[in-house]
Design a protein around this ligand. Structure first.
Ligand SMILES: [Zn+2]
Length: 301
């Protein structure tokens, strides 16, 4: 039987979309224990897990986003009067893929428990989320698909990037903001970062903290976070053990900008830099040691 080629393509597309939607459906556990269902003629009971409702909302939202990416409309270009439109037409290219994250932003939750954070990220009114949350026992909770935009970075600037949420993955670590990060968390974090770096080809320099992107608003992940260990594994940079003395005319403001800091508020940028790369205090003064660290670091970027 000869099938029209367009019909074949339509069937393939339908199959792909159906498969994708099926894979996004909430997982529903079915009790099969016969002691719970002694009468085998009755239907098995459906167990609704603790996150059934919010998982269902996630699935509905996923379906609505699929609708957006399937739209095929020509760009409508109007002049300033809104009366004259440039001629336009939709012609689908055959060469495209899905956009990938290019940054990883690390946070601490500043909350008291992983349960509290999961609740925060599954309530609509908070409007916040992260792709991943790592519990104190090292368990990694994946909460937003890597290809979706989660609300973790907010307003800020790094280099020329302002909409960090659109190009980054957010990782929250269960930590109240004033305690050390434990070995189980860091071990899981390193495994996760290795996977993400490889999957999305994320540059070494692009593993940064929320405090770096939003120095005026955010203190996380703070001076206790082990950036040196991360850098030793290829996630972000760290200064060398042997430091050259920074020259007297060293332009530290330009060096901070070259790394990525927004120096519009220079004091905030210096404090964020010190919280990340020096980790000894949070004043806006740069000591000779701080300058030496900065002089060493900026040459890596
Ligand atoms: Zn944060």
């Amino acid at each position: 039987m000869v099938i029209n080629r367009k019909y074949q393509h339509f069937c393939l597309l339908l199959f792909a979309v159906t498969a994708l939607m099926a894979s996004c459906s909430p997982k529903v556990a079915v009790k099969t224990n016969s002691t719970l269902n002694p009468d085998k003629t009755t239907s098995p009971a459906i167990v609704r897990g603790p996150h059934f409702t919010t998982d269902s909302i996630y699935t509905t939202k996923t379906d609505s986003l699929l609708g957006i990416v399937k739209q095929q409309q020509p760009a409508v270009l109007m002049d300033s009067t809104g009366l004259i439109a440039a001629p336009s037409e939709w012609v689908g290219s055959v060469n495209f893929g899905i956009r990938k994250a290019n940054y990883v932003i690390i946070h601490f939750t500043a909350q008291d428990s992983i349960q509290q954070t999961i609740r925060t990220f599954t309530i609509k009114s908070t409007e916040v989320s992260a792709h991943y949350v790592i519990g104190k026992d090292g368990k990694v909770y994946h909460m937003v698909n890597d290809y979706f935009r989660s609300n973790h970075a907010g307003v800020g600037k790094w280099g020329s990037v302002t909409d960090m949420n659109s190009i980054s993955l957010g990782i929250e670590i269960d930590n109240n903001g004033s305690e050390p990060f434990n070995d189980a968390q860091i071990k899981s974090l390193l495994l996760l970062l290795a996977q993400l770096k490889k999957a999305y080809n994320i540059p070494t320099a692009n593993f940064i903290g929320h405090q770096d992107f939003a120095p005026k608003r955010k203190p996380d992940p703070g001076p206790l976070f082990p950036w040196k260990i991360l850098a030793a594994n290829g996630f972000g940079y760290w200064s060398d053990d042997a430091l050259e003395i920074a020259p007297a005319n060293f332009d530290y403001k330009t060096a901070l900008r070259l790394i990525g800091y927004d120096t519009a508020d220079l004091n905030a940028a210096i404090i964020a830099f010190k919280r990340h790369f020096v980790q000894d205090d949070s004043t806006a003064q740069l000591s000779q040691l701080d300058l030496n660290v900065l002089y060493n670091l900026y040459q890596k970027y």
